[in-house]
Design a protein around this ligand. Structure first.
Ligand SMILES: [Zn+2]
Length: 205
């Protein structure tokens, strides 16, 4: 009788590829499991839990950073510049907090400075800092905008995010290619029609 017949990770196909894997009974005798679990995992999967843990650590590195710090440490005097600063097409990968499935998209971030600006890479870092967490897109959009607003104290901030949610495109209603668009506007980017329109045109154009 096949000793692996109850193991969902074990198929006859695996067995053909690894004819010298010890059978479960012998393996258990050699390395008894203190919790009494079955030990019949194919050899090529033995390191998988550790690999998954390392990859999750990287994908959720946003929990180890405070995106505010990217802006707090590095701003410079504005030097007379008083137009919109906009960084568009900031690509990111995040994970929805409902299904832990990938959310892949891009963010467009703009602000109208008063007295301070930051290097553009810092804006991308803020996006990544929030993306590399379990997220819902609406919250992420607002978090990015509020962080820029609180630290740089600009006259206005605009954030637009467009993203594809795997929980919707590869399962559930299963609509490949559909993307969710969210925006969060603060200050003159929200209230001044000319500034808002300029932001929308630059971001979507
Ligand atoms: Zn989801």
């Amino acid at each position: 009788m096949d000793p692996h017949r109850h193991d969902p990770l074990w198929t006859p196909h695996d067995r053909r590829q690894h004819p010298r894997l010890p059978d479960r009974r012998r393996s258990r005798r050699a390395h008894p499991d203190p919790l009494g679990r079955r030990r019949s995992r194919p050899r090529r999967l033995i390191d998988t839990p550790a690999r998954v843990a390392r990859s999750y650590r990287e994908l959720f590195a946003g929990y180890e950073v405070d995106p505010r710090e990217y802006l707090e440490r590095t701003f410079q005097e504005v030097g007379g510049y008083d137009e919109l600063v906009i960084l568009k097409d900031i690509r990111f990968v995040s994970f929805c907090e409902h299904h832990m499935l990938p959310v892949v998209g891009k963010a467009h971030v703009a602000y109208l400075p008063t007295d301070r600006v930051v290097g553009i890479s810092k804006l991308a870092r803020v996006v990544r800092g929030f993306a590399r967490r379990l997220q819902i897109q609406e919250k992420m959009t607002a978090d990015i905008a509020r962080t820029i607003h609180e630290v740089l104290r600009p006259e206005g901030v605009g954030v637009i995010i467009e993203a594809e949610h795997s929980c919707m495109t590869m399962r559930g209603v299963d609509v490949p290619g559909a993307s969710l668009i969210t925006s969060h506007l603060i200050g003159v980017v929200r209230d001044d029609p000319r500034t808002r329109e300029e932001f929308m045109r630059l971001a979507r154009g």
